[in-house]
Design a protein around this ligand. Structure first.
Ligand code: SF4
Ligand code: ZN
Length: 735
């Protein structure tokens, strides 16, 4: 800790202690030792003293013991030439400061009964100062700290430069559902009075609690936190360690020091650090950066007023809470399966007709303004019904604990999160996203910007624990969309390649994914290193990370168990799991076969493989290919008939990346069974296809695979592969 801060805090503690001692002596003389003291209508005595020491001060004479403890706690003033570790003595001085201030305030209640509004939630005509909350107010308000309605409080000490700035800071804090506890003065001005000047209503009912005019009333804020831990956290009086830890972990509180920081302020700030409550100051005082007691920094200074709330939230590690998804249509799981068809479509993006890409990526903390949603290019308002637009959505996420490994997990949520908006249909992921916005939704005012709002709100609601801030940029101009597409594709390739080199044999635990059961209630993906999720968005590492983030979530470890059939890839543990998770609809599942017990498909698959019996081979088609295929069905028809969670031998949903994974279709003869795929898909995976071909001893394999430019029917495929000498011609019969 900074020597300057420690010295000032210790000086401040001495001043406040001296004042308490003097007040105690005067009161003893005036009222006698047996005089009752305390904050009105509370069972918690002087709550900080009670919580930390277990002493219930109820008479003047009880104060003596506490003052003696203070005397022991406060270290001698720091001398210039003595190098000491500063943190611990400063914290002790801070604690003693609070004890002393509680004594000062208790005596004040005796001396000046009208100083604070007693038993009132709001200022009355005698006073604007509310003092300590009685137990009725405390129970009503304190429970909100526990049930999540209020994450914590900001203790504002001093005053803003002017009333307008004060009002703005208060509003920002209210928007974060925080309580605002105000005390102290700066240059004759007080924050509470500034709010009143700006016409802002002050009181417990607006969460703007005007505790008192001086710094000493900071104890009412800290005392409140101590009571929360005792009343709702079950922490016994005197169990100081648990009280401090409870508050550090559960009460998101911090001090905003506005104005010149006096010794007394330093003493109070040092006290607050004991509970893990940091101080954020608008003046250039020395900083106390990480870490020790608080979650992150202890004192951060010189923060401009327009950034001070955001900064405080960051320093305290407060999680943004978004109670409701703020969009003009209904929102919830009931709307997830709903389709938007033909004449109902107002705006459509992707689906193979325009470009559409969704990319969730990491940014530095200072690069992200939480909740900022931008649409760059046309939005719903600028286009007529039936329009198609290009679309790129970038969710930029930042967080102290955010890891790049979490990106695909958040990104994969977009699908069901967007789908839950009434009148919006979302299919696919990554660069094969597909969104339809209905006319009904547009009539209610829905725009592309609302998609960003959904992402912001739901990421916070569902994944707030792993990141701090997210902003969303949506582009609809082709050039920009292409630019994002390139960046996103490079990221996808990087993510996919992370499992390269891992084998199914080397791992005894696979992971399930039942994220898509909201659509296809019996569908279960099991993801192994060599079989990525059929949506292409989840590989084994992603599922493992998702499980670590949320052990109760849709990705569960599945112990492989005994290998029943090595060629097909059947394992006892996986079969047992699938049977249970599919509600007995699927008994056995092969990891590497489309002919025997193939894995089911929910409809999200990037590609669908289908048997071409006359060719003795297998074709595959990706979602972006809209034309007829040699099996006699378009992708949409294929998806419609096999997507839904039932096993359909002869058909298999899979990811693009999976095509070149070594176990692909191993049970049916492997990659060399592939006789047809769309040209664009072939080009997309060309390099890896070439490499796998070489490994298999077929160096010109990609060219042996027919595509729509040479074959549209099974007969044409036979002709092509025969001419090329495709290996499947000589392979054992598929059926
Ligand atoms: Fe999970 Fe499979 Fe759905 Fe992908 S397709 S999200 S892996 S259930
Ligand atoms: Zn799915």
């Amino acid at each position: 800790m900074s020597k300057i801060i420690a010295s000032a805090a210790i000086r401040g503690a001495h001043k406040i202690f001296n004042m308490a001692e003097q007040k105690y002596r005067e009161a003893l003389e005036k009222f006698g030792p047996g005089q009752e003291v305390g904050f009105p209508n509370t069972a918690y005595y002087l709550p900080i003293i009670y919580a930390i020491t277990g002493i219930g001060v109820s008479k003047i004479e009880d104060m003596k013991r506490v003052l003696d403890i203070c005397k022991k706690l406060i270290p001698p003033p720091v001398r210039e030439n003595v190098p000491l570790p500063y943190l611990a003595p400063a914290l002790d001085a801070g604690m003693a400061t609070f004890f002393a201030e509680e004594i000062i305030e208790a005596i004040r209640y005796l001396e000046e009964p009208d100083r604070y509004a007693i038993n009132s939630e709001d200022p009355n005509d005698k006073t604007i100062w509310l003092g300590a909350a009685n137990d009725v107010i405390f129970r009503k308000r304190g429970v909100e700290f526990v049930d999540g309605t209020a994450p914590g409080f900001a203790a504002i000490v001093g005053a803003a430069p002017d009333a307008a700035t004060a009002a703005k800071i208060a509003l920002e804090l209210q928007e974060k559902n925080l309580y605002v506890f105000m005390c102290g003065e700066n240059g004759g001005k007080r924050f509470t009075q500034q709010l009143q000047e700006a016409g802002v209503q002050v009181g417990w009912s607006t969460r703007l609690a005007s505790l008192g005019p001086d710094i000493y009333q900071a104890v009412f804020a800290i005392g409140f936190a101590c009571r929360v831990a005792m009343a709702f956290g079950g922490i016994k009086p005197g169990d100081f360690r648990r009280n401090l830890i409870y508050n550090k972990d559960r009460t998101y509180a911090f001090v905003l020091a506005l104005g010149d920081v006096t010794d007394e302020w330093y003493a109070n700030a040092a006290g607050a650090i004991n509970w893990g409550f940091p101080t954020i100051a608008d003046t250039p005082i020395p900083q106390v950066l990480p870490t020790g007691i608080c979650t992150y920094e202890h004192v951060v200074s010189n923060i401009p007023h327009d950034q001070i709330v955001q900064k405080a939230v960051e320093v305290r590690g407060l999680k943004v809470q978004v109670a409701k998804v703020p969009i003009p249509v209904s929102y919830g799981p009931a709307f997830e399966g709903e389709r938007v068809r033909g004449k109902d479509i107002y705006l459509e993006v992707g689906g193979g007709k325009t470009l559409a890409v969704e990319w969730t990526t990491t940014r530095r903390m200072e690069e992200v303004e939480d909740g900022k949603i931008e649409v760059i290019g046309s939005d719903v308002g600028e286009v007529t019904a039936g329009t198609r637009l290009n679309f790129a959505m970038v969710a930029e996420v930042a967080g102290r604990n955010f890891q790049e490994d979490f990106e695909p997990i958040l990104e994969r949520q977009n699908h069901h999160l967007i789908n839950q908006a009434q009148g919006i249909m979302h299919i696919g992921q990554r660069d094969i996203a597909w969104i339809r916005i209905s006319k009904q939704a547009v009539e209610k005012g829905f725009t592309l910007k609302d998609i960003g709002k959904i992402i912001h709100a739901k990421y916070h609601q569902d994944f707030g624990a792993i990141f701090d801030k997210v902003q969303v940029k949506i582009y609809t101009e082709e050039e920009k969309v292409r630019e994002i597409l390139d960046k996103a594709r490079a990221t996808y390739a990087h993510r996919d390649a992370r499992v390269e080199g891992m084998t199914d044999e080397s791992i005894d635990t696979f992971y399930s994914c039942i994220l898509c059961q909201s659509f296809a209630p019996n569908h279960v993906c099991i993801v192994s290193p060599e079989r990525t999720g059929l949506c292409g968005a989840y590989n084994w590492l992603d599922c493992r990370a998702a499980y670590e983030i949320n052990p109760e979530g849709p990705n569960q470890p599945v112990v492989k168990g005994q290998c029943i059939d090595e060629k097909l890839g059947q394992f006892t543990g996986c079969n047992d799991y699938v049977k249970k998770a599919s509600r007995q609809k699927v008994e056995n599942v092969s990891f590497y076969s489309l002919m025997v017990d193939p894995m089911t498909t929910c409809g999200c698959c990037e590609c669908i493989a289908a048997i071409l019996p006359m060719c003795n081979g297998i074709m595959t088609v990706d979602r972006d290919f809209n034309d007829m295929t040699p099996c006699g069905m378009k992708f949409t028809t294929l998806a419609g008939s096999i997507g839904g969670g039932a096993q359909t031998p002869g058909f298999l949903g899979h990811s693009k990346y999976n095509i070149t994974q070594r176990k692909f279709l191993k049970g049916d003869g492997g990659l060399s069974r592939i006789v047809w795929m769309p040209k664009r898909l072939k080009e997309e995976i060309y390099e890896r296809l070439q490499k796998r071909g070489e490994e298999l001893g077929i160096p010109d394999f990609p060219d042996m695979i027919a595509d729509e430019t040479v074959a549209m029917t099974e007969d044409e495929v036979i002709a092509y592969i025969t001419e090329k000498g495709h290996p499947c011609v000589a392979m054992e019969p598929l059926m």
